[in-house]
Design a protein around this ligand. Structure first.
Ligand SMILES: *Cc1c(COP(=O)(O)O)cnc(C)c1O
Length: 368
C-alpha cells in the first residue's frame, strides 16, 4: 500500500526513505547495539552523527565559515525571545509584519528590546509583502526581523531585502522555519537565520540557528544560560543535552536533499527546481478555476504553503472528507485564515501535487 499524501503545515511530511532508514536503525544504529535515542550525546557514535549533520547542513546551505550553526531547543516561538535576548543589546529592533508569525515575533521582542513596526501588510489581510522601498526603518535599529515564509498566510519573499542598499546598517534576521532547505539563502544579506525543524527538516523539538560570529557575545544578563548563543556555540550545541533524535533525523534529511537529482541539477538546486514546478502547477490550477481561489499577490506566493478557498464554503467539510478518503491528508486551513491549505514541502512528491489537482478538478465538477 502506498502511503497517503500528507499536506500538514507542521509537523509535516518527511521523505519516505528517511523514515525507512530511521526505522531500520531504530533498535541498533550501525552495529552499536543502541538506538540513537539511547546514546550519550558525548559518545563517539552520537558525535559522528552530529558532525555529519553539521557538515551536511553547512554544505547544503553554503553557510560561510564565519557563521556558527547551533542546534537548539525552544522552537521558532522560543527564538522570538532568544534572538532579542542575544543580539538586541536592549536597543531597537525593526519588524516587517506580513502575517501571524511576524506579529508574534514583534510582540515577544518588545519584552527585551524596543520593537518597532517598519511596515505592515495587515490592511491587505496579509496577502502581500510591503515594498522594501516604503519601509520606515529606525535609524538606530540593531536588527530587522522578517519571516521569509509566512506559513499561515502563504507569503514568501522571492528575494530577501538588501538592508545596506536601503541605507540601513541593521542586521537582517530571518525566521525561515517553513522554507529552510527549499531554496538557497543569500548570506550576504542575512546575519541570523532560525528555523524550527518540524516543517521541512525533521521532527519537532529541534531548532536550527545560523548566526554570524560577530553577533555572538552580546547576550543580556537575564538570558537563560541554555539559550545563550555564546555558551551554546562554545560547547558545540552541547551546553545542555541537545535534541539528539531531532539532530539524527534532520541529518538523514540533509543527506537526502544533498543526493537529490533533477534534470542535471543536484542537491538543493534539484529540490528547488522541483519545488518551483510543484507550486506553479498548483497555483496555475487554482487560478484557472472559478471554484477555487488563492488571495495572495502573485509576487508573494509561497512555494511551500498554499492557502486556498472554495467558492462555496458550505462544501468545506465534504471537500475534506473526500480528500481524506483519497489519501490526501491534513488539508484544513489554519483557523485564523479559514479555508484550505496545502503545504507542499520538500518531501511532498510531485505525484502528491498531481493527486491533489486531480481531486480539486473532480470535486469542482460535483459542486457545479
Ligand atoms: C511553525 C512556525 C513557528 C513556530 O514554531 P514552534 O516550533 O511552534 O515554536 C515559527 N515561525 C514560523 C514561520 C513557523 O512556521
Amino acid at each position: 500500500m502506498p502511503r497517503p499524501f500528507n499536506f500538514s503545515a507542521g509537523p509535516a511530511v518527511l521523505p519516505e526513505e528517511v523514515l525507512q532508514t530511521a526505522a531500520a536503525d531504530m533498535l541498533d544504529w550501525h552495529g552499536s547495539g543502541m538506538s540513537v535515542m539511547e546514546m550519550s550525546h558525548r559518545g563517539a557514535e552520537f558525535i559522528s552523527i552530529y558532525e555529519k549533520a553539521e557538515r551536511d547542513l553547512r554544505a547544503l546551505l553554503a553557510v560561510p565559515a564565519n557563521y556558527q550553526i547551533l542546534f537548539m531547543q525552544g522552537g521558532g516561538i522560543g527564538e522570538n525571545a532568544i534572538v532579542p535576548l542575544n543580539i538586541s543589546r536592549g536597543g531597537v529592533a525593526d519588524f516587517v509584519l506580513t502575517g501571524s508569525w511576524t506579529e508574534k515575533s514583534f510582540k515577544e521582542a518588545g519584552k527585551y528590546a524596543t520593537a518597532h513596526v517598519a511596515a505592515t501588510a495587515k490592511a491587505s489581510g496579509f496577502t502581500e509583502i510591503p515594498d522594501p522601498a516604503s519601509w520606515s526603518l529606525s535609524k538606530d535599529a540593531v536588527y530587522l526581523h522578517i519571516c521569509s515564509n509566512e506559513t499561515i498566510h502563504g507569503i514568501e519573499y522571492q528575494t530577501l531585502p538588501d538592508l545596506k542598499a536601503l541605507g540601513s546598517s541593521a542586521d537582517l534576521v530571518i525566521d525561515c522555519s517553513s522554507h529552510i532547505a527549499s531554496r538557497p539563502i543569500d548570506w550576504s544579506k542575512v546575519a541570523l537565520a532560525f528555523a524550527g525543524a518540524q516543517k521541512n527538516l525533521g521532527p519537532s523539538g529541534l531548532t536550527i540557528v545560523i548566526v554570524r560570529e560577530d553577533l555572538i557575545g552580546h547576550t543580556l544578563d537575564i538570558c537563560p544560560s541554555a539559550f545563550n548563543y555564546e555558551l551554546v556555540a562554545k560547547n558545540q550545541s552541547m551546553y545542555n543535552t541537545p535534541p539528539t533524535w531531532g539532530i539524527y533525523v534532520a541529518g538523514l534529511v540533509f543527506d537526502w536533499v544533498l543526493r537529490q537529482q533533477e534534470g542535471g541539477l543536484t542537491g538543493l538546486a534539484a529540490v528547488e527546481a522541483r519545488n518551483i514546478r510543484k507550486a506553479k502547477k498548483l497555483y496555475d490550477y487554482l487560478d484557472s478555476s472559478s471554484f477555487y481561489s488563492n488571495k495572495v499577490a502573485a509576487t508573494a506566493r509561497s512555494r511551500m504553503n498554499v492557502p486556498f478557498f472554495l467558492a462555496d464554503e458550505s462544501r468545506n467539510a465534504d471537500f475534506l472528507s473526500g480528500a481524506k478518503a483519497r489519501g490526501l491528508l491534513q488539508l484544513k486551513g489554519h483557523k485564523s485564515v479559514g479555508g484550505m491549505r496545502a503545504s507542499i514541502y520538500n518531501a511532498m512528491p510531485e505525484a502528491g501535487v498531481d493527486a491533489l489537482i486531480a481531486y480539486l478538478r473532480e470535486f469542482e465538477k460535483t459542486a457545479a
